[in-house]
Design a protein around this ligand. Structure first.
Ligand code: SF4
Length: 406
């Protein structure tokens, strides 16, 4: 079979001189903005968000970013579905409700917090439910248990079955493996394109160390090099990302993403297929620590409309537009951590999104019935799943081209 390759998503030949000239122009916009504002946009001073947003408007950053999106990707919107395989985790990420200490705090506060894990059959059922929404690119996530060495063995039987389902792509967003571990996973997938996607969360080493005090994820370099190991092991594609809200200077994170993407392409021959830009979000669970949590605006029910924009909405639009100029030829991902109103704004810059996401283990196929007790079940962030039909019709009404058959 022909592996899915991100460059098939382009609407133009990016090697053509006129397209190259536009890319260069975007890069100049990007560099100019970076030089002027990389430390001026400062989460310690939230007033800076409105100030830098206004400057970006005056400089035409938003128009330029939208122009680049439409030049390279047209008005296409790509999609991926999500299935969580298990939530047991041995990491200590401070911002995550499922980390070892945060889960312990939840239990000590009197909440029931049972772990969930899908069998291979249940994971297939969960995948088929997501494919029922029209998805052909499936992202699988799991907690980092049982750890770096044993996780590849554990995931292989799942991969062997997913490979038989007729998907276009399997995206693994799990604890990074050694090169040997990645080879085991690669060996299990013969008929489907395989992507390894992991977020560095923050590229600032100091912030990284304070956010990940223990567990395998505390090893910054092992994570930073994981895409390279996956490429060496034969993965078709890789993805990168950050989590905004951890590091004080968010534009520096975009520049680090750009450098990471450039390094993967220039040294290792593969531009990332996807770049993800989530922000640490409102969480129903207790105990998390998000150093810079931005105030959200006021929305109508279901987040259909923004009634008042606040710091979060301005920052998020700004950072997506800025990232589009930083990486004009890379498919940027939005997700239903944002509601429909915010996603409509992000469609101007992002080119791939989730649809009808259910981030609890087994929640697509309703594998674990709710028994009515006060029970916390693991979700990394609040999400706003959209009705697939309604969302697709809404995209078409705005002249976008959603590439999904719902
Ligand atoms: S963010 Fe991921 S790795 Fe970290 S504690 Fe949560 S589930 Fe584990």
């Amino acid at each position: 079979m022909t592996a899915y390759h991100p460059e098939i998503e382009y609407h133009v030949d990016i090697t053509q001189p006129d397209v190259q000239a536009k890319i260069k122009e975007a890069t100049i916009f990007y560099q100019d903005f970076l030089i002027r504002f990389s430390r001026k946009l400062d989460f310690e001073n939230t007033r800076s968000i409105s100030e830098v947003y206004k400057k970006a408007q005056e400089m035409g950053i938003f128009e330029k970013a939208q122009e680049m999106r439409e030049l390279i990707f047209g008005k296409d919107i790509h999609f991926y579905g999500v299935s969580y395989l298990w939530d047991a985790c041995i990491n200590h990420c401070k911002y995550c409700p499922g980390s070892v200490p945060n889960r312990k705090k939840t239990i000590e506060s009197g909440d029931d917090y049972p772990l969930r894990e899908l069998s291979v059959d249940q994971a297939v059922a969960d995948t088929l439910a997501v494919m029922g929404y029209g998805h052909t690119h499936m992202c699988y996530l799991s907690g980092s248990a049982p750890g770096r060495e044993r996780l590849p063995e554990k995931i292989v039987p799942f991969l062997e079955r997913f490979d038989q389902l007729g998907l276009d792509e399997i995206i693994l967003n799990i604890e990074p493996a050694t090169e040997e571990g990645f080879r085991k996973m690669r060996g299990a997938v013969k008929d489907t394109a395989l992507q390894f996607r992991v977020f560095q969360e923050t590229y600032c080493r100091e912030t990284y160390a304070s956010m990940h005090p223990k567990g395998p994820k505390s090893d910054y370099d092992f994570r930073r090099q994981s895409q390279v190991r996956a490429i060496k092991a034969g993965f078709d594609n890789v993805g990168i990302g950050v989590l905004f809200g951890l590091h004080r200077f968010p534009l520096e994170e975009v520049e680090s993403l750009r450098q990471h993407a450039e390094e993967l392409e220039n040294i290792h021959g593969k531009m990332p297929a996807r770049v993800c830009l989530p922000s640490a979000n409102e969480l129903a669970n207790i105990g998390v620590q998000i150093p810079y949590f931005l105030k959200r605006g006021v929305y109508s029910d279901g987040r259909e409309e923004i009634i008042v924009s606040r710091d979060y909405e301005k920052f998020t639009e700004l950072v997506y537009a800025f990232a589009r100029l930083a990486m004009p030829t890379i498919n940027i991902v939005s997700s239903e951590r944002d509601g429909p109103a915010m996603l409509r704004i992000l469609d101007r810059y992002a080119t791939c999104t989730t649809l009808n996401v259910h981030p609890g283990v087994g929640d697509n196929a309703h594998v674990f019935p709710c028994n009515g007790h006060k029970q916390t079940h693991f979700e990394q962030a609040t999400t706003f799943p959209r009705d697939p039909h309604k969302a697709v019709e809404d995209m078409k009404s705005r002249a976008y081209n959603p590439l999904i058959r719902v």
